[in-house]
Design a protein around this ligand. Sequence first.
Ligand SMILES: [Zn+2]
Length: 358
Amino acid sequence: MVAMIPSKPFTCSRRGFLGGLACGLFAAKPGVAGPSTRPVDEPRFLTRGVVITADDLTWADWPRQAKAAGLNTIGLHAPVSARVLAQFIQSQAGQQFLDTCRQIGLAVEYELHAMSDLLPRRLFDTSPELFRMNDQGVRVREGNLCVHSEQALQVVAENAVDIAKTLRPTTGRYFYWGDDGLAWCRCPKCRGLSDTEQSLMVSNHLVAALRKVDPRARVAHLAYHNTLAPPRQVKPAEGVFLEYAPIHRRYDVPFERADDAQSRQEFEKLDANLEVFGREDARVLEYWLDVSLFSKWKKPAVKLPFNPEVLSADLDTYARRGIRHVTTFAVYIDAEYVAKYGAEPLRQYGEALNRTRG
Ligand SMILES: [Zn+2]
């Protein structure tokens, strides 16, 4: 599900790959709509989730254990192909998974590195102009697309709507990410835009297309790796929300206190992105439970170096910024992993998310 760009160290890519503040200001005002009017004894985090792959469902108890831990959302991650995940969902095992989640009241979402599905690579043979240009000025089949190709955007939208017939989130939140860690277009029209801005242009386009079939659709903009820096020249459309995934941070010290350059860079980009995208819908996609990251995306899985103090401090950091939607990757926590190491960090994660109130 996750690999690396061969020429880079593993920290460069998840492949296979986004206080109290304004809300608090109005907390005491009666009649003000929005989260600030919620009772103070409810969990602060409205989305409390995990993101796993279909392979992790060898641990058949995943949905019930997630629910028992106090979580309310489970995301299925497609590291390479949304179409493959769609095949799983249509299988008996996939339908059973959905039935269980429906019965116990667990929301289901799909987090997809999807551009190679949305713009099928075979189209390169006849229409290379739909695809991205590399730094050498050559159109290439691999990775993302040319965002100034109207035809490419049209194909992408049609396929997103088609995939959504099968991978239909119960929350209205769609996650169609760029190809993991791969560059965007360097053609004369695109090269003045950052990878972030090109990625955001696609999200803006997708939300309009998806709302024609799902009026409540919202689309994530993934701030991660090469799209971590906030956009300057492109504004998020209505319905596009921030998903912030700090893959390059350290996990042995609280995020806010980490003093290494990579963690600092990731952390600074959080506030910069919140300034652009707003806080109310912002989502954190963390790695606290991501056995696959700590295993460097290769099995056998290592034991998760879970640190409840770091988790607790990080949740406080996010809560103070007004963030109310939190998930974490938990990939590689499957039947084999649970038999060997148990699932205590899942319980502690859920407990910590529910402990933060108001
Ligand atoms: Zn281009």
